[in-house]
Design a protein around this ligand. Sequence first.
Ligand SMILES: Nc1ncnc2c1ncn2[C@@H]1O[C@H](COP(=O)(O)OP(=O)(O)OP(=O)(O)O)[C@@H](O)[C@H]1O
Length: 361
Amino acid sequence: MNTSAMSTSVASTSPGLALDDVSVRYGDTLAVDGVTIDVREGEILALVGPSGCGKTSVLRSIAGMVRPSTGRIRIGGTDVTSTPPARRNIGLVPQSYAMFPHMSVRGNVEYGLRARGVNRAERTRRTDELLELVHLSEYAGRRPGALSGGQRQRVALARALAIDPTVLLLDEPLSALDPQLRAGLRRSLSANLAQVGCTTVIVTHDQQEALALAHSIAIVRDGRVIQHGTPDDLWNHPVDEFVADFLGSGRILETLRTPDAVEVLGGRWRIPESGIDVTRVERDSPGSGGRVLVRRDSLRIADADTPGSTTARVLHAEFAGTVTRLRIDVHGTELDMDHVGPADLGPIVTVAARDEGIVLL
Ligand SMILES: Nc1ncnc2c1ncn2[C@@H]1O[C@H](COP(=O)(O)OP(=O)(O)OP(=O)(O)O)[C@@H](O)[C@H]1O
């Protein structure tokens, strides 16, 4: 998860984009239900959630393609709720990339500048600069139909950046690409976004994309923001099972605390304190310490007589190169864990918490 976007902190405290209690309605459907989010200037926000949760509708309201039924939208501190799309200075990369097929790569990239009446010399300078940024200078004369999916994605990004947007919006930027291409494109997109430093909103249903690209993530469900925080916050401190499950960070278990251990699974597994990471507990918050997060990397296969261990049934073992991904049944609860070592473990294993491997919430 150590990507350029994450390692580049956002120094600015200036307002980039603010949504204040925004709702979007299509007839009887309430697609967005009172969303309030602040994005600082230069920050990359990922809107993540399952299909139909309202992500694209939030993006469309920012772009001005749909009018919120309630709430205000501010860009750089200015209220743009009633401003027409063309006057919001927004760069949009739509899901389909929406290239003009009859125009060359250069023609597509400089389209927005031409529409704004920018003179030819300046258009050429800016287009050259952007084609270089996305490593496509040598493809300037090609038509989009003669490009790979990844190259088209980069043209779409260059085109959106051409007008020097105040806010950049990316709708599922990598979803049209083959899985093998995505990791590479994610790295180049991350590098491009870090270099440009534009306030950015990325809509995605891919949690890996969000964790890798964004400075902050808003998890959306049923039109509402369930949790908004840094990737690290959300990964290590999900507010509920939905967030933990959606990000794939782990499983939340209710606990009973005793002086020197944490009991889970109705008291059937007593985990010694050495296995619990208590550093993230908000001590003053009522109810903290009542749940733990068991992640893929929280557990290890142990010897049968290991103190604080328990037995588990192996439901599924999948070799994944450096680790074997296990789905285990621990006293009736299914957990995922990564095991470094061979997959042929047999049907019953003993598992124990790694040192501070289980996070107390
Ligand atoms: N133009 C429209 N007219 C009526 N309902 C719409 C319209 N656009 C979206 N909706 C509905 O609004 C809800 C939110 O849709 P939206 O496209 O914002 O979700 P999403 O999270 O982006 O979904 P996906 O990930 O599948 O693209 C859905 O129930 C959808 O059916």
